[in-house]
Design a binder for this molecule. Structure first.
Ligand SMILES: [Cu+2]
Length: 499
């Protein structure tokens, strides 16, 4: 099968022939489950990149999957365990998987540099590095496979996770379309390739009038003049998934009455941001992007693309509690249900009563790292202008479009500051590979913010991050909106003398 055909529908007969149930959750293929038993000692964990079939809105969809040794999506590592993994490519097409937020040597980062090409179909690639603990995830960085669900959780437990009397629940969000990623991309760029050849950037540092195609959205950002409209939701999706299921048939997680839950939220969507709503529950945010933050109570949290949120929840009793995630600027929502055993679960509406506002930095401004950077003056400061627009659909960093970029040079031992200035009508979830950074200013206002790997650069605003350069290599630095990345919004952070 060509990669472009991946999301094509199977016929009902093909599905039945594959032995996979159509209704409800589709189990992983037994072939993959059987392949995986970990061996004793220091044997590598087997992670299989393959294909699987989901039922979405009652229709079958062929998607990718990353399946661990236990037959479940992704990997969960014990405290102190190395990330020692054999990635087996059974996807029938080349792939390369990025360990999002982890800090491996650069050649194990899963980014398609010339030195680290994709894994051919049928081949196995081995990884071995010391992981950092927390809620992480993995996704293909090859082409647009991420949109077809080549994504999975990557959980690295801390010793305290083993001691704590609590149930861990992973909630991974996705956006889904029956169309192929190439069709979705063509839909936003138009018939011709919209990638400018240069010189357009000034024109695209635009005001509201120059935005050709405005999307519905609430004006919520502080930086925007009255009457300006934000661009939200580039892609019109068919469904939003929580752990591969829609709210029509959500996952029911059975919980202990009065028990405690550690909810590990992962936004694995390619082009969608969510508001996570705990409903009747309230929770305590204890980590973002895997990194501990000072505890913060709440019941409704913004979650930008690629970000994670760890929330501790004490269940008040033996009821059932939906955890929903509503798409910004839309009524659409998805989610799971935490329900004590025997508690009845009522049917949930697929849509909320009104559109959710744009995801913002209201939570980001309140976050404080438990382990902040040591105070130190920067050795190097890079300023990066984020520009672009919906028409023509193209997005740039410092006026350059990936792969024609000038690397941001840094050197081992430096304290590095990167100031991102967003001149566009959209927020951009900016992700730096290979380093955990601290958010040190939002719109110029200093803060001792979270340490994390993905931060939202606000619409018509700025965000500043700092980190210590301690991982020599070539590192991607990009917007995690897949369609922005594919149309240019990516650059390289590079150390000298890397070969
Ligand atoms: Cu972007």
């Amino acid at each position: 099968m060509r990669e472009n055909d991946r999301s094509a529908l199977l016929t009902r007969r093909q599905i039945l022939a594959s032995g996979v149930a159509i209704a409800g959750t589709i189990p992983f293929l037994t072939r993959e489950r059987a392949a995986a038993a970990p061996e004793p000692g220091n044997a590598a964990l087997r992670l299989t990149a393959g294909t699987r079939t989901l039922a979405v809105n009652g229709k079958p969809a062929r998607v990718f999957g990353l399946t661990g040794p236990d037959g479940k999506p992704g990997l969960t590592l014990s405290p102190g365990e190395r990330f020692k993994v054999d990635l087996v490519n059974q996807a029938g097409t080349p792939t390369l998987v990025h360990w999002h937020g982890q800090l491996p040597p650069w050649k194990q980062d899963g980014f398609p540099w010339p030195q680290t090409p994709p894994i051919p179909a049928g081949d196995t690639q081995s990884y071995d590095y010391a992981p950092i603990a927390g809620t992480y995830w993995m996704h293909s960085h090859h082409g647009m496979q991420e949109q077809n669900l080549m994504t999975a959780p990557l959980i690295v437990r801390r010793a305290e996770d083993m001691r704590a009397d609590r149930q861990e629940v992973v909630l991974m969000l996705h956006d889904f379309s029956f169309r192929t990623p190439d069709e979705l991309l063509a839909g936003v760029t138009g018939s011709q390739n919209a990638m400018p050849k240069g010189g357009m950037d000034k024109a695209m540092n635009m005001d509201a009038a120059s935005v050709g195609r405005m999307k519905s959205g609430t004006v919520g950002a502080m930086n925007m003049a009255p009457g300006m409209t934000m661009d939200l939701n580039d892609i019109d999706y068919d469904a939003f998934l929580a752990n591969d299921r829609t709210l029509a048939d959500p996952e029911i997680v059975r919980t202990e009455p009065g028990g405690r839950v550690l909810l590990r939220l992962i936004n694995g969507a390619s082009s969608t941001q969510f508001w996570v709503d705990l409903g009747a529950l309230s929770g305590t945010v204890v980590a973002v992007d895997g990194q501990p933050v000072r505890p913060l109570r709440g019941s409704r949290f913004p979650l930008a693309m690629a970000q994670r949120l760890d929330v501790l929840i004490d269940l008040p009793g033996n009821g059932s509690y939906p955890i929903v995630a509503q798409v910004e600027g839309k009524r659409a929502r998805t989610g799971i249900v935490l329900a004590a055993s025997g508690a009845p679960v009522s049917r949930l509406a697929m849509e909320a009563g009104e559109n959710a506002p744009p995801v913002d930095l209201s939570l980001e401004r309140r976050l404080e790292a438990v382990h902040p950077l040591a105070p130190r003056a920067p050795d190097v400061t890079h300023r990066v202008i984020l520009a672009g627009a919906m028409t023509p659909y193209a997005w740039s960093m410092n006026g350059e479009y990936w792969p024609n970029v000038t690397p941001l040079m840094i050197a081992t031992g430096q304290r590095v500051v990167i100031e991102m200035i967003n001149q566009t009508m959209m927020p951009h979830p900016m992700h730096l590979h290979g380093h955990a950074f601290q958010v040190v200013a939002i719109d110029g206002a200093p803060l001792t913010g979270a340490v994390r790997d993905t931060v939202l650069a606000p619409t018509k605003g700025s965000v500043t991050i700092a980190f210590d350069a301690d991982n020599p290599g070539r590192w991607a630095f990009h917007c995690h909106n897949l369609y922005h990345m594919m149309t240019g919004m990516m650059t390289e952070v590079r150390y000298p003398a890397i070969i």
